[in-house]
Design a protein around this ligand. Structure first.
Ligand SMILES: Nc1nc2c(ncn2[C@@H]2O[C@H](COP(=O)(O)OP(=O)(O)O)[C@@H](O)[C@H]2O)c(=O)[nH]1
Ligand SMILES: [Mg+2]
Length: 431
């Protein structure tokens, strides 16, 4: 899968890691190389443009540190930008707890809808799936699904009155009566997106409203697949996409652009003609694969650790000078919150008494700090009576709450200043 892209990025990566120092000149050359690599892999030009802009933002103020090679930082930025291009998080079907979840597979003829319907039935066999033939244009289509349904060991609703809408209604009735958990609709495709196709899909969705309208797109389809995705998204709306035939040797970049151009996340990729050939799509793993797996991850981890240390250093200096402001305070609160139940952790911050922070209090504090102007956050001393009233009104709290929070903050700041030098070198969070 995506061999072309992997080969090209391998060369780019070697070059980046070979640089002894990275100035704007090297950064320019790197972004040119990446641009060419993406375009050659058939990634949509608009997506490439965004990628390069995003990468520029990430590498602009790159802060160099003794413990990191400049190339490491750039690779980390490329990795993060790739994960973003690929959609960020892994998407999963969120099945209903009560009743059945309806998945409608949409796409042109030959992209792999019928095959994917059967693959999904296999993937979700434990959820009691029901297959629905809604492609009534070609008699062979229903037979094809029937055959695949048998192989997938999954029931299929028989075709009702030669009508897709009637068949879908029947499926709804059956699912309610017999307690099926997932209803998978195999819709009809055409050679082109035309009005009758859109009309038909709308009628089917009118009869049984899908929870997921998933576009099935041919991974070998080139930029046509991108255009189709955009049209389907505009005309009937899409909740996600499935890229089929990613086992092929196509460049694949076009398929990966669908998500950005049509703004639909990729849920799955089809990797063989067989019924077990449907995989979850993991943007992070895909980015690792493109950049060369293991070493990229250890590099990203290393950079993260060093960055956190740099932040810690800065924060500690601030703390000792008594320069902590409310933005830092908020960041501290958030860092502490991330670590776990607040009451257990709160006692670890010098100056914060355990009883002072419960969940409700935490939310209030965040709301109050969010209602402040930047000036107020950076220079809490300026917060006078009228500012307090405004902050209280803006955060749905009272002036007493604001006073209490400020008192807490000034107390923490003073305590930290006093005892800052005794803080352990490495706190579990950034102080
Ligand atoms: N190699 C490969 N072939 C696939 C994949 N998905 C579907 N196909 C093949 O693509 C062709 C068209 O599939 P079909 O499901 O009939 O497409 P439909 O017209 O959209 O329903 C068939 O020959 C399938 O075996 C895949 O992920 N990998
Ligand atoms: Mg079909």
């Amino acid at each position: 899968m995506l061999e072309g892209l992997i080969d090209r990025f391998h060369l780019v990566k070697r070059k980046i890691l070979g640089y002894g120092r990275i100035t704007n000149e090297e950064l320019d050359s790197i972004s040119k190389d990446i641009r060419i690599a993406l375009l050659e892999a058939d990634v949509n030009y608009r997506v490439v443009k965004d990628f390069i802009v995003g990468l520029g933002e990430k590498t602009k103020g790159i802060e160099l540190s003794k413990s990191l090679k400049p190339g490491d930082l750039v690779i980390k930025a490329v990795y993060e930008e790739l994960v973003e291009l690929l959609g960020g998080e892994t998407r999963r079907i969120d099945f209903k707890k009560n009743g059945f979840t309806v998945i409608s597979l949409i796409g042109l003829q030959g992209v792999g809808k019928t095959t994917t319907a059967a693959k999904m039935a296999v993937k979700y066999s434990s959820r009691n799936p029901l297959l629905v033939p809604a492609d009534t244009k070609r008699p062979a289509a229903v037979q094809q699904l029937q055959l695949l349904a048998q192989r997938a060991n999954t029931p299929m609703v028989p075709l009702e009155k030669d009508s897709a809408v009637a068949t879908v209604k029947k499926a709804k009735e059956l699912a309610n009566k017999k307690g099926y958990g997932v209803v998978i609709i195999d819709t009809a495709g055409r050679l082109h997106i035309d009005d009758p196709l859109i009309e038909e899909l709308k009628n089917i969705h009118g009869a049984l409203s899908p929870d997921y309208r998933l576009l099935v797109a041919d991974g070998m389809g080139g930029q046509d697949a991108v255009t189709q995705a955009r049209l389907f998204a505009e005309k009937i709306g899409l909740d996600g996409a499935i890229l089929t035939k990613m086992d092929g040797d196509a460049r694949g970049g076009a398929a990966l652009s669908i998500m950005q151009v049509a703004d639909v996340p990729i849920f799955f990729v089809g990797t063989s003609e067989k019924l077990d050939g449907l995989e979850d799509f993991h943007p992070d793993r895909m980015a690792q694969r493109i950049l060369g797996m293991g070493d990229v991850m250890s590099l990203v981890e290393k950079v993260k650790t060093v960055e956190a240390e740099i932040d810690q250093d800065k924060m500690k200096k601030k703390v000792m000078k008594g320069e902590l402001n409310l933005e830092d305070f908020l960041e501290q609160l958030r860092a502490v919150k991330k670590l776990g139940p607040i009451s257990k952790i709160a006692a670890m911050i010098p100056g914060v008494r355990e009883s002072d922070i419960d969940e409700g209090q935490f939310k209030k504090m965040v709301a109050m700090i969010n209602s402040m102007t930047r000036r107020e956050r950076l220079h809490p001393e300026v917060i006078d009576g009228s500012r307090k009233r405004r902050i209280a009104a803006g955060s749905g709290t009272t002036v007493t709450d604001v006073n209490k929070m400020l008192k807490e903050f000034f107390y923490t700041r003073d305590m930290l200043k006093k005892f800052g030098k005794d803080l352990p070198a490495k706190m579990p969070f950034k102080i």
